[in-house]
Ligand binder design. Structure first.
Ligand SMILES: [Zn+2]
Length: 271
């Protein structure tokens, strides 16, 4: 990446990847899965541990939450829905490394597709909770700390990267992801319809871009996340995301640089 800026298109990191998280973001670091007990509230009679209950309630939508874009549904009764349920069950075991692995006999494309939809929904909800704080004024450029700035290009409609505010960038980004997920030729939902040959490369681009929303939230909006008592949800979601992309090598290391320190902390404990 030549000129020290990340674009939506090719998308390298902006500056030398030596970012140190600002203090407010660093506070996020050591929280393990579901570390924040405040939202625990397991349903009466639930036998799950409180931490599992938090993770589950967040990841699988028993909480009522504002989303930024409409939630992408996987149709009930489909094989992909079964896979999602499988992911849900294994996540409940608390072992994320195991939970992200390809289930025996399943198709890798389909597994990546289901999880990509799920991550979109999670990020959609997380960003939805802080949209009031992410404005033209607070975030005139899309950044992840002082060292990383992103300019939007989707490579199709917008080829020349646009420098825009974070809310605008994230709107472009999430709309673009939505369009990919809704494209039946890319994400076939019907049984027997094959995934396209370029599916994995499309999924990688989607995940690379979704990562930037996490990076923006951690770097620029961690204070409201704490105030809203959403940090355990954010950490759980991000940790799941990172374990997933690491398992299948889906995002370039240099793209992850803005949150490298956090990633190291989150992943060092659960090998
Ligand atoms: Zn913002």
């Amino acid at each position: 990446m030549a000129a020290g800026r990340a674009t939506g298109g090719g998308g390298g990191a902006v500056s030398p990847p030596r970012g140190v998280l600002p203090a407010h973001a660093r506070r996020a670091l050591p929280l393990p899965l579901g570390a924040e007990p405040r939202r625990a509230a397991p349903s009466p009679g639930s036998r799950r541990s409180p931490s599992t209950a938090i993770a589950m309630s967040f990841l699988f939508g028993s909480r009522s939450s504002k989303t930024f874009k409409p939630k992408k549904n996987i149709p009930e009764g489909s094989h992909q829905y079964e896979l999602l349920k499988h992911a849900e069950a294994t996540l409940g075991s608390g072992n994320l490394r195991m939970a992200v692995m390809l289930p025996e006999g399943e198709d890798l494309n389909e597994w990546v597709a289901v999880n990509t939809v799920d991550f979109f929904n999670q990020i959609n909800m997380l960003y939805g909770t802080i949209t009031d704080f992410c404005t033209e004024e607070s975030c005139p450029v899309m950044s992840a700390g002082p060292k990383y700035e992103y300019h939007w290009a989707d490579g199709t409609n917008i080829k020349k990267p646009i420098k825009c505010s974070a809310p605008k960038y994230i709107d472009y980004l999430m709309t673009w992801v939505q369009d990919q997920l809704d494209d039946e030729t890319l994400f076939p939902s019907k049984i027997g319809v094959p995934f396209p040959k370029n599916f994995m490369s499309v999924a990688k681009t989607i995940l690379k871009r979704l990562f930037r929303v996490y990076a923006h939230i951690y770097h620029q909006h961690f204070d409201p996340v704490i105030q809203l008592q959403e940090e355990a949800h954010l950490n759980t979601s991000f940790k799941h995301f990172i374990f997933f992309v690491q398992e299948f090598n889906l995002i370039d290391r240099r793209e992850l640089a803005p949150l490298q320190e956090l990633i190291e902390k989150l992943t060092s404990k659960d090998r």
